[in-house]
Design a binder for this molecule. Sequence first.
Ligand code: APR
Ligand code: MG
Length: 279
Amino acid sequence: PQESKWQVWTEEQVKRTFHKREQGAHKGTFGTGLLLAGSDEMPGSALLAGIGALRSGIGKLTIGTSRFVAGILAGRIPEAMYAHDGLEKVVDGQVPKGMKACAIGPGLQDQEAVEGALKVLFQSDLPLIIDAGALGERQYPSRKAEIVLTPHPGEFSKMTGVPVPDIQKKRLHYAQKYAQDQEVITVLKGRNTVIAFPDGDLFVNETGNAGLAKGGTGDTLTGMLLAFVSSEKDIKSAVANAVYFHGCSADLWEKTKAQRGLLASDVSELLPVVMKKFE
Ligand code: APR
Ligand code: MG
Protein backbone atom coordinates (compact mmCIF):
# COMPACT_ATOMS: atom_id res chain seq x y z
CA PRO A 1 0.00 0.00 0.00
CA GLN A 2 0.91 3.65 -0.50
CA GLU A 3 1.45 4.39 3.16
CA SER A 4 4.40 1.98 3.30
CA LYS A 5 6.86 4.83 2.73
CA TRP A 6 6.55 6.20 6.27
CA GLN A 7 9.58 7.07 8.36
CA VAL A 8 10.29 7.50 12.03
CA TRP A 9 10.99 11.17 12.89
CA THR A 10 14.42 10.64 14.43
CA GLU A 11 16.75 12.55 16.71
CA GLU A 12 19.02 13.04 13.69
CA GLN A 13 16.22 14.77 11.83
CA VAL A 14 15.60 17.01 14.83
CA LYS A 15 19.30 17.91 14.99
CA ARG A 16 19.32 18.72 11.29
CA THR A 17 16.19 20.90 11.33
CA PHE A 18 16.02 22.56 14.76
CA HIS A 19 17.72 25.93 14.71
CA LYS A 20 19.75 27.67 17.34
CA ARG A 21 18.31 31.04 18.30
CA GLU A 22 20.10 33.62 16.21
CA GLN A 23 22.11 35.90 18.53
CA GLY A 24 20.97 39.14 16.88
CA ALA A 25 17.35 38.08 17.23
CA HIS A 26 14.58 40.26 18.61
CA LYS A 27 11.10 39.18 19.65
CA GLY A 28 9.71 39.88 16.19
CA THR A 29 12.12 37.34 14.69
CA PHE A 30 10.13 34.54 16.21
CA GLY A 31 6.69 35.67 15.23
CA THR A 32 3.55 36.58 17.08
CA GLY A 33 1.09 33.79 17.58
CA LEU A 34 -2.61 34.16 18.13
CA LEU A 35 -4.16 31.60 20.47
CA LEU A 36 -7.94 31.33 20.45
CA ALA A 37 -8.70 29.10 23.41
CA GLY A 38 -10.42 28.73 26.75
CA SER A 39 -13.96 29.16 27.93
CA ASP A 40 -15.41 29.87 31.36
CA GLU A 41 -15.78 26.12 32.00
CA MET A 42 -12.32 25.30 30.62
CA PRO A 43 -9.99 28.18 31.42
CA GLY A 44 -7.05 25.83 31.98
CA SER A 45 -6.84 24.82 28.33
CA ALA A 46 -5.83 28.37 27.37
CA LEU A 47 -3.36 28.49 30.24
CA LEU A 48 -1.70 25.22 29.25
CA ALA A 49 -1.55 26.04 25.55
CA GLY A 50 -0.22 29.52 26.31
CA ILE A 51 2.58 28.24 28.51
CA GLY A 52 3.37 25.54 25.93
CA ALA A 53 3.79 28.26 23.30
CA LEU A 54 5.96 30.48 25.48
CA ARG A 55 8.21 27.63 26.64
CA SER A 56 8.68 26.73 22.97
CA GLY A 57 10.16 30.12 22.21
CA ILE A 58 7.35 32.10 20.65
CA GLY A 59 8.36 35.76 20.24
CA LYS A 60 5.03 37.26 21.23
CA LEU A 61 1.78 35.65 22.18
CA THR A 62 -1.72 37.09 22.02
CA ILE A 63 -4.40 35.05 23.76
CA GLY A 64 -7.91 35.65 22.53
CA THR A 65 -10.33 34.45 25.20
CA SER A 66 -13.27 35.53 27.33
CA ARG A 67 -12.85 38.40 29.77
CA PHE A 68 -13.35 35.99 32.64
CA VAL A 69 -10.60 33.66 31.43
CA ALA A 70 -8.28 36.55 30.57
CA GLY A 71 -8.74 37.74 34.15
CA ILE A 72 -7.60 34.38 35.47
CA LEU A 73 -4.72 34.08 33.03
CA ALA A 74 -3.27 37.58 33.23
CA GLY A 75 -1.57 36.88 36.55
CA ARG A 76 -0.42 33.40 35.52
CA ILE A 77 0.92 34.36 32.08
CA PRO A 78 2.10 37.97 32.34
CA GLU A 79 4.19 37.43 29.18
CA ALA A 80 1.11 37.29 26.95
CA MET A 81 -1.13 39.97 25.53
CA TYR A 82 -4.88 39.49 25.71
CA ALA A 83 -7.64 40.06 23.19
CA HIS A 84 -10.86 40.15 25.19
CA ASP A 85 -13.58 38.10 23.53
CA GLY A 86 -10.98 37.31 20.88
CA LEU A 87 -13.03 34.57 19.26
CA GLU A 88 -16.04 36.84 18.80
CA LYS A 89 -13.79 39.57 17.44
CA VAL A 90 -12.44 37.20 14.81
CA VAL A 91 -16.02 36.21 13.93
CA ASP A 92 -16.60 39.91 13.28
CA GLY A 93 -13.62 39.98 10.97
CA GLN A 94 -11.21 41.60 13.42
CA VAL A 95 -8.09 39.44 13.34
CA PRO A 96 -5.34 41.10 15.40
CA LYS A 97 -2.64 42.55 13.13
CA GLY A 98 0.87 41.25 12.66
CA MET A 99 0.20 37.60 13.46
CA LYS A 100 2.38 34.82 12.03
CA ALA A 101 0.05 31.92 12.84
CA CYS A 102 -3.12 31.11 14.74
CA ALA A 103 -4.12 28.16 16.90
CA ILE A 104 -7.79 27.63 17.65
CA GLY A 105 -9.70 25.10 19.70
CA PRO A 106 -8.51 24.14 23.18
CA GLY A 107 -11.37 24.62 25.61
CA LEU A 108 -13.72 26.15 23.04
CA GLN A 109 -17.36 25.10 23.23
CA ASP A 110 -19.38 27.62 21.23
CA GLN A 111 -19.63 25.77 17.90
CA GLU A 112 -21.33 28.63 16.10
CA ALA A 113 -18.61 31.08 17.08
CA VAL A 114 -15.93 28.55 16.15
CA GLU A 115 -17.39 28.05 12.66
CA GLY A 116 -17.71 31.82 12.21
CA ALA A 117 -14.10 32.38 13.27
CA LEU A 118 -12.82 29.61 11.01
CA LYS A 119 -14.63 31.13 8.05
CA VAL A 120 -12.73 34.37 8.60
CA LEU A 121 -9.42 32.63 9.35
CA PHE A 122 -9.62 30.47 6.22
CA GLN A 123 -9.65 33.67 4.18
CA SER A 124 -6.54 34.98 5.94
CA ASP A 125 -2.99 34.08 4.98
CA LEU A 126 -2.20 32.70 8.45
CA PRO A 127 -1.09 29.13 8.98
CA LEU A 128 -3.71 27.55 11.25
CA ILE A 129 -3.51 24.93 13.98
CA ILE A 130 -6.93 23.48 14.65
CA ASP A 131 -7.55 21.36 17.74
CA ALA A 132 -10.15 20.05 20.18
CA GLY A 133 -13.33 22.19 20.15
CA ALA A 134 -12.53 23.52 16.69
CA LEU A 135 -12.24 20.07 15.09
CA GLY A 136 -15.26 18.64 13.33
CA GLU A 137 -16.55 17.07 10.19
CA ARG A 138 -15.97 19.62 7.45
CA GLN A 139 -14.36 20.25 4.09
CA TYR A 140 -11.22 22.36 4.24
CA PRO A 141 -10.80 25.04 1.60
CA SER A 142 -7.80 25.07 -0.67
CA ARG A 143 -5.59 27.96 0.49
CA LYS A 144 -1.98 29.06 0.43
CA ALA A 145 -1.09 28.84 4.12
CA GLU A 146 -1.07 25.48 5.81
CA ILE A 147 -3.72 23.99 8.06
CA VAL A 148 -2.58 21.64 10.83
CA LEU A 149 -5.18 19.42 12.52
CA THR A 150 -4.40 17.68 15.81
CA PRO A 151 -7.12 15.13 16.54
CA HIS A 152 -6.91 12.30 19.04
CA PRO A 153 -8.51 9.09 17.68
CA GLY A 154 -11.95 10.02 19.07
CA GLU A 155 -11.88 13.40 17.36
CA PHE A 156 -10.55 11.84 14.16
CA SER A 157 -13.45 9.40 14.23
CA LYS A 158 -15.94 12.28 14.41
CA MET A 159 -14.16 14.02 11.55
CA THR A 160 -14.12 11.00 9.28
CA GLY A 161 -16.99 8.79 10.39
CA VAL A 162 -14.54 5.88 10.75
CA PRO A 163 -14.96 3.99 14.06
CA VAL A 164 -12.07 4.40 16.53
CA PRO A 165 -11.02 0.69 16.47
CA ASP A 166 -10.71 0.81 12.68
CA ILE A 167 -8.66 4.01 12.87
CA GLN A 168 -6.35 2.48 15.44
CA LYS A 169 -5.77 -0.59 13.28
CA LYS A 170 -4.69 1.53 10.30
CA ARG A 171 -3.52 4.84 11.75
CA LEU A 172 -0.99 5.48 8.99
CA HIS A 173 -3.47 4.76 6.26
CA TYR A 174 -6.28 6.94 7.56
CA ALA A 175 -4.05 9.86 8.54
CA GLN A 176 -2.36 9.85 5.14
CA LYS A 177 -5.61 9.57 3.25
CA TYR A 178 -7.18 12.45 5.16
CA ALA A 179 -4.10 14.66 4.70
CA GLN A 180 -4.08 14.04 0.96
CA ASP A 181 -7.84 14.25 0.38
CA GLN A 182 -8.27 17.47 2.37
CA GLU A 183 -4.83 18.97 1.79
CA VAL A 184 -4.25 19.50 5.50
CA ILE A 185 -1.41 18.43 7.77
CA THR A 186 -2.88 15.71 9.96
CA VAL A 187 -1.38 14.97 13.37
CA LEU A 188 -3.15 11.84 14.60
CA LYS A 189 -2.29 11.71 18.29
CA GLY A 190 -1.88 8.87 20.75
CA ARG A 191 0.98 6.42 21.25
CA ASN A 192 3.21 6.78 18.14
CA THR A 193 1.61 9.96 16.85
CA VAL A 194 1.31 9.93 13.06
CA ILE A 195 2.17 13.11 11.15
CA ALA A 196 0.81 13.11 7.61
CA PHE A 197 1.37 15.79 4.98
CA PRO A 198 -0.72 16.63 1.91
CA ASP A 199 2.14 15.61 -0.40
CA GLY A 200 2.10 12.08 1.01
CA ASP A 201 5.05 12.42 3.38
CA LEU A 202 4.36 10.36 6.46
CA PHE A 203 6.20 10.31 9.79
CA VAL A 204 5.78 8.47 13.06
CA ASN A 205 6.92 9.95 16.36
CA GLU A 206 8.35 7.49 18.86
CA THR A 207 8.86 9.77 21.87
CA GLY A 208 6.37 10.05 24.73
CA ASN A 209 4.73 7.60 27.07
CA ALA A 210 1.49 6.85 28.91
CA GLY A 211 2.24 9.64 31.37
CA LEU A 212 0.83 11.88 28.65
CA ALA A 213 -2.54 10.15 28.80
CA LYS A 214 -4.04 12.88 30.96
CA GLY A 215 -6.28 15.87 30.23
CA GLY A 216 -4.39 18.95 29.19
CA THR A 217 -1.37 17.45 27.47
CA GLY A 218 -3.03 17.96 24.08
CA ASP A 219 -3.52 21.65 24.88
CA THR A 220 0.17 21.93 25.67
CA LEU A 221 1.01 20.42 22.27
CA THR A 222 -1.26 22.91 20.49
CA GLY A 223 0.61 25.80 22.11
CA MET A 224 3.94 24.24 21.14
CA LEU A 225 2.77 23.87 17.55
CA LEU A 226 1.72 27.51 17.48
CA ALA A 227 5.21 28.55 18.57
CA PHE A 228 7.08 26.29 16.16
CA VAL A 229 4.87 27.13 13.19
CA SER A 230 5.11 30.87 13.98
CA SER A 231 8.87 30.89 14.16
CA GLU A 232 10.18 28.21 11.79
CA LYS A 233 10.36 28.48 8.02
CA ASP A 234 9.90 24.81 7.24
CA ILE A 235 6.46 23.71 8.34
CA LYS A 236 7.17 19.97 8.14
CA SER A 237 10.01 20.01 10.64
CA ALA A 238 8.20 22.63 12.74
CA VAL A 239 5.27 20.27 13.25
CA ALA A 240 7.32 17.11 13.66
CA ASN A 241 9.75 18.72 16.11
CA ALA A 242 6.92 20.02 18.30
CA VAL A 243 5.49 16.52 18.55
CA TYR A 244 8.96 15.11 19.17
CA PHE A 245 9.84 17.50 22.03
CA HIS A 246 6.41 17.10 23.64
CA GLY A 247 7.12 13.38 23.94
CA CYS A 248 10.70 13.98 25.08
CA SER A 249 9.49 15.93 28.10
CA ALA A 250 7.40 12.96 29.20
CA ASP A 251 10.35 10.63 28.60
CA LEU A 252 12.66 12.80 30.68
CA TRP A 253 10.08 12.97 33.48
CA GLU A 254 9.79 9.18 33.49
CA LYS A 255 13.50 8.73 34.14
CA THR A 256 13.11 9.89 37.74
CA LYS A 257 9.37 10.11 38.45
CA ALA A 258 6.24 8.00 38.12
CA GLN A 259 4.39 8.36 34.82
CA ARG A 260 1.11 8.84 36.61
CA GLY A 261 2.32 11.98 38.34
CA LEU A 262 3.07 13.88 35.13
CA LEU A 263 0.99 17.01 34.56
CA ALA A 264 0.50 18.85 31.29
CA SER A 265 2.20 21.86 32.85
CA ASP A 266 5.24 19.69 33.68
CA VAL A 267 5.59 18.92 29.97
CA SER A 268 6.09 22.63 29.31
CA GLU A 269 8.35 23.09 32.30
CA LEU A 270 10.72 20.41 31.06
CA LEU A 271 10.90 21.73 27.49
CA PRO A 272 13.88 24.03 28.09
CA VAL A 273 15.80 21.07 29.51
CA VAL A 274 14.82 18.78 26.65
CA MET A 275 15.64 21.33 23.96
CA LYS A 276 18.98 22.31 25.52
CA LYS A 277 20.99 19.63 23.77
CA PHE A 278 19.68 20.71 20.38
CA GLU A 279 20.59 24.40 20.55
N1 APR B 1 1.79 7.41 24.68
C1 APR B 1 2.30 8.51 24.13
N2 APR B 1 1.62 9.69 24.03
C2 APR B 1 0.37 9.72 24.49
C3 APR B 1 -0.24 8.62 25.08
C4 APR B 1 0.52 7.40 25.17
N3 APR B 1 0.02 6.29 25.72
N4 APR B 1 -1.50 8.97 25.45
C5 APR B 1 -1.65 10.26 25.10
N5 APR B 1 -0.54 10.73 24.52
C6 APR B 1 -0.32 12.07 23.98
C7 APR B 1 -1.04 12.28 22.67
O1 APR B 1 -0.27 11.88 21.58
C8 APR B 1 -1.31 13.77 22.70
O2 APR B 1 -0.19 14.50 22.30
O3 APR B 1 -0.90 13.03 24.87
C9 APR B 1 -1.61 14.03 24.16
C10 APR B 1 -3.11 13.95 24.51
O4 APR B 1 -3.83 14.87 23.77
P1 APR B 1 -5.43 14.89 23.80
O5 APR B 1 -5.93 13.51 23.57
O6 APR B 1 -5.86 15.97 22.90
O7 APR B 1 -5.75 15.22 25.32
P2 APR B 1 -6.23 16.59 25.97
O8 APR B 1 -6.86 17.48 24.97
O9 APR B 1 -5.13 17.19 26.72
O10 APR B 1 -7.32 16.09 26.98
C11 APR B 1 -8.46 15.42 26.56
O11 APR B 1 -9.48 16.58 24.76
O12 APR B 1 -10.94 16.31 22.99
C12 APR B 1 -10.80 16.64 24.32
O13 APR B 1 -12.87 15.91 25.18
C13 APR B 1 -11.49 15.70 25.21
O14 APR B 1 -11.50 17.08 27.15
C14 APR B 1 -10.87 16.01 26.54
C15 APR B 1 -9.50 16.41 26.17
MG1 MG C 1 -7.27 17.52 23.06
